[in-house]
Design a protein around this ligand. Structure first.
Ligand SMILES: Nc1ncnc2c1ncn2[C@@H]1O[C@H](COP(=O)(O)OP(=O)(O)OP(=O)(O)O)[C@@H](O)[C@H]1O
Ligand SMILES: [Mg+2]
Length: 561
């Protein structure tokens, strides 16, 4: 493509000299009106050159389309695959809507940048060099005028665009912010309705789009001003160059044909510099648009495998927290000196007030965050020293608020083990008691669940998540409020399945409803990131004055004497 564009630009430069010869030929005495031969030869040559240019242009456009479609898709794939490697923390600080937009924007920027280079910058470079070469050959004064003017325009545009770049970045950032606000509001449609927030949300959106309007008007007005200045320069140069040419013609240095040549070139340069001017704006805007995604791609992944990390090998599945200290964003301290040993195949339960740090412990076990102090060991292997995939493969989690893909129920459950057969999926679904409600759906396992699983009830979503964990069948099982959204009857049913599932595994269950964890080997009572009590259900109840006993009495309510 670069070659084609080069040849096309050279052809563009080659055509005006033929027009010069054409006019000179018309005005010489040798060409009588009876003998058109020399003129025709010139015209046919011009036609042939145009034809060649047309052919190259068409071919290179086809090539361009292919390259662009491929390049944009590759870029999107790369951006996505890097982005998705970022940590849990990264995503909890970002709007998914604006991340999606960034991935799309970088692909579009690539297209603009490439197009500008190929269609504008490269032809302009060749034209300027070629035209100056020809003009200097004719007369150095004319050459100098055009050279000085071209350099001035290029330099002006370059510095102007660089100066404006900071505003472009700001505009692009605001643009993403608008997307973020929009997607947050759309995700909260239900809240807006529940709390009649329509007017409020409209106002919020309007406020932020108004800010964008200001930035856009400012940026575009700058553009108009610079255009006006440059256009004035062009008019002036056209006049000066032609005036000098007339003077030179007077001295018999230039011919009438040279006027045709000069006009041809000046118009060509005008056209190309005008597109350059426009495109330099788009170019910097494209850079600014790409910048946001590039920043993300230049940010190292927060959680990384250490060099030469080995896969985690789980034989017994013992878990140990040693002197663990952890705070969110270095500010919100949740755990200080947290110590806990879980024996192989032991079933422990965490209870404690909301915000005590129970879910945090689970997140740390998965290494969603790196801890500040101490270590976490699984079968004596530090989880920060093994590969993350192998770690995640060994633990099955039913999270507190399960999220599902907008895919079929079959696919969602199969996500627990992607090579499972349909029968295995259904088997797991039966154990988790989802089979009943799934079979009652018109499309059964082929039902789509809506974004994040919104078309299912909370309890149904939880059961799908349990089925997924059952299918995964990892040696360590973690249930974070896994049955909190279920009615007592289905809970009792699932409890059986869960007990079955835990049988030969190390299991951690977090629950507010204490009846669900009575039978665990050990109950760990947490408060403010510390273990305040441990024991079995009976032993804890026997102790005097402890949190567990109080909780139990409240929950058992009037049933206890
Ligand atoms: N991403 C986060 N950034 C900052 N602070 C957080 C984050 N996640 C949790 N926290 C804080 O850490 C503390 C412990 O949260 P955690 O989710 O572990 O509580 P929990 O014991 O699971 O509570 P619950 O019983 O309500 O689920 C809370 O006070 C919470 O505000
Ligand atoms: Mg929790």
């Amino acid at each position: 493509m670069v070659l084609a564009v080069t040849i096309m630009s050279l052809i563009d430069i080659a055509i005006p000299p033929f027009y010069k010869r054409f006019f000179d030929a018309l005005l010489t005495r040798e060409t009588t009106k009876q003998n058109l031969q020399p003129i025709l030869v010139i015209l046919v040559t011009i036609l042939a050159l145009h034809g060649a240019s047309w052919l190259l242009n068409t071919l290179s456009d086809f090539a361009f389309n292919r390259l662009m479609a491929r390049g944009m898709a590759d870029l999107q794939n790369r951006a996505f695959s890097y982005l998705i490697g970022h940590s849990y923390q990264f995503f909890s600080n970002q709007f998914s809507g604006s991340l999606v937009r960034r991935i799309n924007k970088i692909a579009q920027s690539y297209q603009s940048i490439f197009e500008i280079f190929l269609d504008i910058f490269w032809p302009l470079t060749i034209s300027v060099v070629g035209i100056l070469f020809v003009l200097f050959g004719r007369n150095r004064w004319i050459g100098l005028i055009i050279l000085a003017w071209t350099l001035a325009i290029l330099a002006f545009n370059y510095f102007y665009a660089r100066w404006k770049y900071t505003f472009d970045i700001e505009r692009s950032r605001k643009d993403s912010e608008v997307t973020g606000v929009l997607s947050d509001a759309i995700a909260n449609q239900n809240n807006i309705q529940l709390f009649t927030g329509n007017t409020h949300e409209n106002k919020r959106v309007k406020e932020i789009t108004d800010e964008l309007v200001k930035l856009r008007i400012f940026g575009w007005s700058l553009g108009v001003t610079s255009n006006a200045v440059q256009q004035a320069c062009m008019i002036l140069v056209e006049f000066v160059a032609t005036y000098v040419a007339v003077k030179l013609w007077q001295k018999n240095v230039l011919t009438i044909g040279d006027f045709a040549l000069l006009q041809g070139y000046i118009l060509m340069l005008f056209g190309k510099l005008r597109s350059f001017r426009k495109s330099i704006r788009s170019l910097y805007e494209a850079f600014a648009d790409a910048q946001e995604m590039v920043d993300i791609m230049n940010t190292p992944h927060e959680i990384q495998n250490i060099r030469g990390a080995k896969p985690l090998v789980v034989k017994k599945a013992a878990i140990e927290f040693k002197e663990v200290g952890f705070s969110y964003h270095q500010t919100r301290t949740v755990l200080k000196h947290f110590d806990l040993k879980i024996k192989p195949k032991e079933k422990v339960a965490f209870v404690g007030s909301s915000g005590a740090g129970k879910s945090t412990i689970v997140k740390l076990l998965f290494r969603f965050y790196d801890i500040d102090r101490g270590k976490i060991l699984i079968d004596d292997q530090n989880i920060s020293k093994v590969t993350q995939d192998s770690l995640h493969n060994q633990i099955a989690l039913v999270p507190q608020e399960p999220i599902l893909f907008h895919r079929t129920l079959m696919e969602n459950i199969r996500y627990g083990r992607r090579d499972a057969t349909d029968d295995e999926v259904i088997e797991a679904a039966k154990k988790a008691h989802c089979h009943e409600f799934i079979s009652s759906l018109p499309l059964g396992y082929e039902t789509f669940v809506g974004e994040r699983g919104i078309k299912l009830s909370g309890g149904e979503r939880q059961r799908v998540a349990i089925a997924r964990a059952i299918l995964k069948n990892a040696p360590i099982l973690v249930l974070d409020e896994a049955t909190s959204s279920l009615d007592s009857e289905s809970e009792a049913l699932i409890q059986d399945a869960l007990h079955e599932l835990m049988k030969d595994k190390t299991a951690i269950a977090i629950a507010h409803r204490l009846s669900t964890i009575m039978e665990m080997d050990r109950i760990i009572v947490m408060d403010e990131g510390r273990v305040v009590d441990t024991g079995t259900h009976e032993s804890l109840l026997k102790k005097k004055d402890n949190i567990y006993k109080t909780l139990w009495e409240i929950q058992a309510g009037g049933f206890l004497p």
